[in-house]
Write a protein of this length. Structure first.
Length: 295
């Protein structure tokens, strides 16, 4: 009787998981495998079917200067946005976790950019960056006289301008996770450290920050994924220009697949993106997991 009960519970458990598993395989695993297979074929044209090319698409990728440029752009974008976003998120969470006047309003103000649609955010910042009458040029003209800076049209500043938009939008989102983690830390730990004579910096570095490591792992993985899947802001603000100065890897995949209609080569680029993200995620898990156990 007990064996039948356990078997029935096992069946019920798998039945409850079945809908999620179907969607997971249908919209994640099957497309990934299909993309891997398509990366070895040419792009079908009209009635002409796709032909098996072997590693020709990958050889083309290795000799594609645009690919290496957008990959470098993406790495620079990730290095510039992830640490700054996470650092600002921690600082904001520490501040709004304290007892201060208008704390609820400050929390709402920090989180507001997160709930705004990506297209709306891009249009807001396009107004800020507009040469001559944009917000930044208007402020600069008050202090430095008349100025017309083409932030989005200059190859030296276009990518950095998009990085600022990304940091502004994501820092508040990450702050919510750190705020929840801070509120879960027992107050007694901080009080015991202060009784022992520890200062605020020592309490943060020796107690608070190590206890935030699991949250940092979660946030950093999401930040890496977000930094490699940005399309909306680029599409509205710069369209990848000038001369691919602000183009990132996923935007290049979008252009290759839906503008130039080279789905075979786009599949190859997608495989590289998936491999890169997987390697970065696994590396983060090993790095932060060791930190958590060490602390």
């Amino acid at each position: 009787m007990r064996d039948w009960t356990l078997k029935r519970e096992w069946i019920y458990g798998w039945l409850l998981l079945l809908p999620a598993m179907v969607f997971l395989f249908a919209f994640t695993h099957v497309p990934a495998v299909t993309t891997l297979i398509n990366s070895f074929f040419s792009t079908p044209r009209g009635r002409r079917p796709a032909k098996f090319l072997g590693l020709a698409n990958y050889d083309r990728l290795l000799n594609d200067p645009v690919f290496w440029k957008v990959l470098w752009n993406n790495l620079w974008f990730a290095l510039g946005t992830i640490p700054v976003s996470i650092g600002l998120a921690i600082l904001m969470a520490l501040w709004v976790n304290e007892k201060l006047a208008g704390r609820s309003f400050v929390r709402m103000a920090y989180f507001t950019p997160t709930v705004l649609p990506l297209i709306a955010v891009a249009n807001i910042w396009m107004f800020f960056y507009t040469p001559g009458f944009g917000l930044f040029d208007q402020i600069a003209s008050v202090f430095f006289g008349s100025t017309h800076t083409n932030w989005l049209g200059n190859p030296a500043t276009a990518l950095n301008a998009i990085m600022i938009v990304t940091i502004w939008k994501e820092a508040g989102f990450f702050m919510i996770f750190y705020l929840a983690a801070l509120q879960a830390i027992p107050v007694s730990l901080k009080e015991a450290a202060e009784i022992e004579g520890a200062g605020r910096w020592t309490v943060f570095w020796k107690i608070t920050f190590p206890l935030l490591m699991p949250t940092t792992l979660f946030v950093s993985v999401n930040a890496v994924i977000n930094s490699f899947r940005l399309v909306d802001h680029i599409f509205i603000l710069t369209d990848g220009g000038p001369d691919n100065a602000s183009s990132l890897l996923l935007f290049y995949i979008y252009e290759t697949a839906f503008r130039f209609w080279e789905t075979g080569y786009a599949a190859t680029l997608t495989v590289v993106l998936l491999v890169l993200l997987s390697a970065l995620a696994i590396g983060q898990f090993f790095f932060f997991d060791r930190k958590v156990h060490y602390k």
